[in-house]
Design a protein around this ligand. Structure first.
Ligand SMILES: [Zn+2]
Length: 849
C-alpha cells in the first residue's frame, strides 16, 4: 500500500471477478425499449454448444463488447443480446463419438428419442461452461435475454418461418443430387464440403457393343471410358460423346452393355462433353453425379441408384450388393479385369469432397429432400447490398456476397439427422401433406427429417427479439445496428439472415457487418486441436489479465488474418500498469489553488486529448480497431503519461491539477469499452461517481482545440528531446545554460531539459542541437568541450572504419556478383548512411575546434 491507500500493483484476478459480479447484479447491461434514447443492438453470433470458446470468439467478443459499451456510454439504449446455437450436425457428431467411446453404442442402437435426450443433456452442460467463459471475457450482454435455438419460443419462430415459406410455395420437395455423408447418413450443405486433393486412380472401363453391328471406328469390340469410381458404372444409363468429336461420329446411336447388370444403353451426343478428358467418351450416371443428373435429365433417362444411405451397394448393384462403396470399387475393377473389360489404370490426383464434420468422403447422391427456392429470396437481398443498405467492413465482402447471391442455387434444408428442428410437415392417412406445428390428428405421420442448422440461425436477428410476436422489442431494436462475424460464415449465415430478414421483416437485419480476422497460431498456421497449437483464451486472461488480452487482440485485428502474438498481450499488460501508475500519480498530486489561468501545456493536453477522442471515436465507428488502439495507446502512454505528467511535475500552473485529473478520467473513459475492468477500478479509486459501464463517453468539444498551444508545445517537446539525446550521447548530467532559436514554452523547456535559458552565449564553446524547426544551443565548459572533442574523434574513427569495411566489400567483384541482391543493396545503404553520419560528425567537431 502507498500513501494513497491503493495497492502498488493491479491485481486483475480479484478485480475482474468482483466487478463482473457487480455489473451483473446491478443490471449494468440491461436494455429495454426506451423512447427517450436511440436504440443500439448487436446480436451475438450464437456459438455452437459443442464446446469451449476459442481465440476467434475472444477476438469477436472483444470487438462486440467494445462497440456495445461505447454505444451505451454514448447514450444509446444498447442491447447486446447473448445466445447459443444447438449446432445440429456438429453436436450430433460429438454426442455420437461420446456414445461410442463411453458405451460402445451407435445412435441407431440407442434410438431416436433417447439419442435426442443425450444431445439435450450434453448441450445443457456445455452451455453453462460457455456462458461462464463469456463472463470471463467481460461481455456486457443482457443476460435476461439469453436465447437458445432450441428453446420453446425459438422453436416456434422456426416452425412459423418454415410453414409460411411452405404455404407460399417457396419450400418444396424434390429429388436431386445432394452431398451425401454416408457416415452421418444425411445430406449436408454445399458449404460444408471440404475439397481436398486426394490420390486416387483413373480406371479404363470397357463397355462391349451389344447392337450386333461389329467393332467401333477404331476396330475395338468395346467403348472405353475413364472413371475414378468404377462402382458407379452399375448405375450408368447412357454414354455420351461430343458431337464435334470426329473420332466418334460413328458411335452416336449405337448400343453397349453395362457389365454385370446386363443393361443395354445408348450412346448419345452432348455438347457438354469435354473431348480432351480421358477417351472423350463419358458415362452418364444420373443418380451419382450432378453433371450426369443434368445430362440424364436432358436425355429424358430414368436414373438408376446403386447406393444405400450408408454407402453400401443396394439391390441395383448386382453381385456387389451389400458391399461398401470403397470395397466394391476394387471388386468391380478386379472383376472387369477377369472379363477382359478393364483398360489402363492410372494414378490420379484429384479433388474429393469430404464432410466438414466427420471427414468422410462425400457421395453425390440422388435423394428426395426439402428445398427452399432461393431466387425470390435472393433478389431483395442483392438489391439491398447493391444500394449499400448494409455497410460491410471491408467492403469487398459486400461485393463477394452479392456475387454469391447472384449465382445462388435452391437450398436443400432437410437433414436426415436427429438433433435439430423437426420438419413440420405431416403425411395423412389418405396421402395428404400439410405443414403444421402440431399433428393434424390420428394416423398422421411427421416427416422424419430435421432442418439444416442454418435455417434456424438465419432467423437469429428477429427470432431472438420475439418474432413472430409483434412486440415492442422487435419494433425498437430491429433492424440491429451491427453484426460482427468471421468470413467463413458469410454465405452460410450472414447472406441467409439478410434474405430471411427481408422476407419476414421487410427490412435488412443489420446496418453494418464487420468481418473480422482469423486468429492464427503463433507460427502463422491455422490453429487446430489435432496440431495441438490452439491457445485457450482463459489461460491468457488468467496470466495477462482480460483487459490486456482484449487490448492485444484489437491491436492486432485487421482485415487480414494474423498470427497471435503473446507480445501484444504483454504490451496490454504493461499498458494497464502504466495507467495504474498514472492513477497513483494523479491521486497523489497536490490539489490546485483558487483561480489562476491554464498554462500553454494545460491547453495543449486538453486540445490533444480532444482531438484523440474525436479520431478514436471515428475509427471505432469504422471498425478500424487496430488503428484506434494505436491512437489511444499513443496518447495515453506518450502524450499523457510521458509528457504531461512530467510537465505537471516540472512546470505546473494553478489549473494543472484540474486538467490532469480531467484528462486522465477522460482517457479512462475512452479506454473503458476496450479495457472495462481496469478502467472501472481506476475511475473508482479516483472517486468518480457511478460506474464507467453506465457513464458517458467523452464527446468532441471544438472549443478545446488550440492550434497555437499544439504548435508551441510541439516545438518545446522537440527541443527537450534534442537536449535529452545530447545528454545521453555525451553523458552530460547537471544543469546547462543555453538558448533556443525559435519559440518554445520556457518554463516547460527548462523544467524538462535542465537547460537554463540565457540571453547571450558569447565567449563559450557551443553545442548546436537542431530539432526540426527549432535549434537549441548549449554552452559547454572547457572540460565538456574537450570531452566532446574526444568523443567525436572516437566516433569519427569508428564510422570511418565502417565506411572502409563496406567500401572493401563492395569493391570486391566476387562479393557483388555472388552475394544475394538484397545483401548487396543493404551493404550499399549502410555505406551511404555512414557517409552522411561522417559528414555531420565532422561539422560538429569543427564547431568545437
Ligand atoms: Zn459426415
Amino acid at each position: 500500500m502507498s500513501e494513497t491507500g491503493i495497492p502498488k500493483t493491479y491485481d486483475h484476478r480479484a478485480v475482474e471477478a468482483r466487478l463482473y459480479e457487480e455489473w451483473e447484479r446491478t443490471g449494468a447491461f440491461v436494455a429495454d425499449p426506451n423512447p427517450e434514447k436511440p436504440a443500439y443492438c448487436i446480436v451475438l453470433p450464437p456459438p455452437n454448444v459443442t464446446g469451449a470458446l476459442h481465440m476467434g470468439h475472444a477476438l469477436n467478443g472483444s470487438i462486440q463488447d467494445t462497440l456495445a459499451r461505447r454505444a451505451r456510454m454514448k447514450g444509446y439504449e444498447a442491447l447486446w443480446l447473448p445466445g447459443v446455437d444447438h449446432a445440429s450436425i456438429a453436436l450430433q457428431n460429438v454426442v455420437e463419438r461420446k456414445l461410442l467411446r463411453e458405451e460402445g453404442k451407435t445412435k441407431w442402437e440407442v434410438g431416436r428419442e433417447e439419442f435426442i435426450e443425450r444431445c439435450r443433456e450434453f448441450a445443457d452442460e456445455a452451455r453453462g461452461t460457455m456462458l461462464g467463459q463469456l463472463r470471463r471475457l467481460g461481455a456486457s450482454v443482457d443476460w435476461r435475454r439469453l436465447r437458445y435455438t432450441m428453446d420453446e419460443k425459438y422453436i416456434d419462430s422456426v416452425l412459423t418461418a418454415f410453414i409460411e415459406l411452405y404455404n407460399d410455395g417457396s419450400i418444396y420437395r424434390g429429388t436431386r443430387i445432394v452431398n451425401w455423408c454416408p457416415r452421418d447418413r444425411s445430406a449436408i450443405s454445399d458449404l460444408e464440403v471440404n475439397y481436398e486433393d486426394t490420390d486416387g486412380k483413373l480406371y479404363g472401363l470397357r463397355y462391349p457393343f451389344s447392337d450386333g453391328e461389329g467393332p467401333g471406328p477404331d476396330g475395338d469390340e468395346f467403348v472405353q471410358v475413364f472413371s475414378t469410381r468404377p462402382e458407379t458404372m452399375l448405375g450408368d444409363v447412357a454414354l455420351v460423346v461430343n458431337p464435334e468429336d470426329g473420332r466418334y461420329k460413328g458411335l452416336v446411336g449405337r448400343r453397349v452393355t453395362v457389365p454385370f447388370v446386363g443393361r443395354e444403353i445408348e450412346i448419345y451426343a452432348d455438347e457438354h462433353v469435354d473431348p480432351d478428358f480421358g477417351t472423350g467418351v463419358l458415362k452418364v450416371t444420373p443418380a451419382h453425379d450432378l453433371n450426369d443428373f443434368e445430362i440424364g435429365g436432358r436425355l429424358g433417362l430414368e436414373p438408376v441408384n446403386v447406393l444405400n444411405p450408408d454407402g453400401t451397394m443396394n439391390e441395383n448393384g448386382a453381385d456387389f450388393a451389400g458391399m461398401d462403396r470403397m470395397e466394391s470399387r476394387k471388386a468391380v475393377a478386379a472383376r472387369l479385369g477377369e472379363k477382359g473389360l478393364l483398360g489402363e489404370v492410372k494414378e490420379y490426383r484429384h479433388r474429393v469432397g469430404h464432410c466438414d464434420r466427420c471427414g468422410t468422403v462425400i457421395e453425390p447422391w440422388l435423394s428426395e429432400q426439402w428445398w427452399v427456392a432461393m431466387e425470390g429470396l435472393a433478389r431483395p437481398a442483392i438489391e439491398a447490398l447493391e444500394k449499400g443498405e448494409i455497410r460491410v467492413y471491408p467492403d469487398s465482402w459486400r461485393r463477394e456476397t452479392t456475387r454469391w447471391l447472384e449465382n445462388i442455387h435452391d437450398w436443400n434444408v432437410s437433414r436426415q439427422l436427429w438433433w435439430g428442428h423437426r420438419i413440420p410437415v405431416w403425411y395423412g392417412p389418405n396421402g395428404e401433406t400439410v405443414a403444421s406445428k402440431e399433428s393434424p390428428g390420428e394416423g398422421w405421420e411427421q416427416d422424419p427429417d430435421i432442418l439444416d442448422t442454418w435455417f434456424s440461425s438465419g432467423l437469429w436477428p428477429f427470432a431472438t427479439l420475439g418474432w413472430p410476436e409483434e412486440n415492442e422489442d422487435l419494433g425498437y431494436f430491429y433492424p440491429t445496428s451491427l453484426l460482427s462475424t468471421a468470413r467463413e460464415i458469410m454465405y452460410l449465415w450472414v447472406a441467409r439472415m439478410i434474405m430471411m430478414g427481408l422476407r419476414f421483416r421487410n427490412k435488412v437485419p443489420f446496418e453494418k457487418v464487420n468481418v473480422h480476422s482469423i486468429v492464427l497460431a503463433e507460427d502463422g498456421t491455422k490453429m487446430s486441436k489435432s496440431k495441438g497449437n490452439t491457445i485457450d483464451p482463459l489461460d491468457l486472461f488468467e496470466e495477462y489479465g482480460t483487459d490486456a488480452v482484449r487490448f492485444g487482440l484489437l491491436y492486432q485485428s485487421s482485415t487480414q488474418d494474423f498470427a497471435y502474438s503473446y507480445e501484444r498481450a504483454a504490451m496490454g499488460r504493461a499498458f494497464v500498469t502504466k495507467l495504474w501508475n498514472a492513477t497513483r500519480f494523479v491521486l497523489n498530486y497536490p490539489e490546485g489553488g483558487e483561480g489562476g489561468e491554464m498554462s500553454v501545456s494545460d491547453r495543449w493536453v486538453l486540445s490533444e486529448f480532444n482531438r484523440t477522442a474525436r479520431e478514436y471515436d471515428r475509427l471505432l465507428e469504422e471498425c478500424e480497431f487496430s488503428e484506434a488502439m494505436r491512437l489511444i495507446y499513443g496518447f495515453a502512454w506518450n502524450q499523457f503519461a510521458d509528457w504531461f505528467i512530467e510537465i505537471a511535475k516540472a512546470a505546473p500552473s494553478p489549473e494543472t491539477p484540474r486538467v490532469l485529473r480531467e484528462v486522465f478520467i477522460g482517457t479512462l473513459k475512452l479506454l473503458h469499452p476496450v479495457m472495462p475492468f481496469a478502467t472501472e477500478e481506476m475511475a473508482r479509486l479516483m472517486g468518480e461517481e457511478g460506474p464507467l459501464a453506465r457513464g458517458s463517453f467523452p464527446a468532441f468539444d471544438s472549443s478545446l482545440e488550440d492550434s497555437g498551444a499544439d504548435a508551441l508545445l510541439g516545438r518545446t517537446r522537440r527541443a527537450v528531446s534534442a537536449v535529452r539525446s545530447f545528454r545521453a550521447e555525451s553523458k552530460v548530467d547537471g544543469e546547462l545554460a543555453g538558448r533556443v532559436v525559435g519559440e518554445v514554452d520556457p518554463a516547460v523547456f527548462t523544467g524538462l531539459s535542465g537547460v537554463k535559458l540565457v540571453g547571450s552565449m558569447d565567449g563559450d564553446a557551443t553545442a548546436t542541437l537542431p530539432a526540426g524547426d527549432v535549434v537549441v544551443e548549449v554552452s559547454l565548459s572547457e572540460e565538456m568541450r574537450r570531452g566532446e572533442i574526444d568523443r567525436l574523434r572516437k566516433e569519427i574513427s569508428r564510422v570511418e572504419g565502417e565506411v572502409r569495411r563496406a567500401e572493401g566489400k563492395l569493391g570486391n567483384a566476387k562479393f557483388v556478383e555472388r552475394a544475394p541482391a538484397d545483401v548487396v543493396s543493404a551493404e550499399r545503404e549502410k555505406l551511404q548512411t555512414n557517409g552522411r553520419m561522417l559528414e555531420t560528425l565532422n561539422v560538429r567537431l569543427e564547431g568545437y575546434l
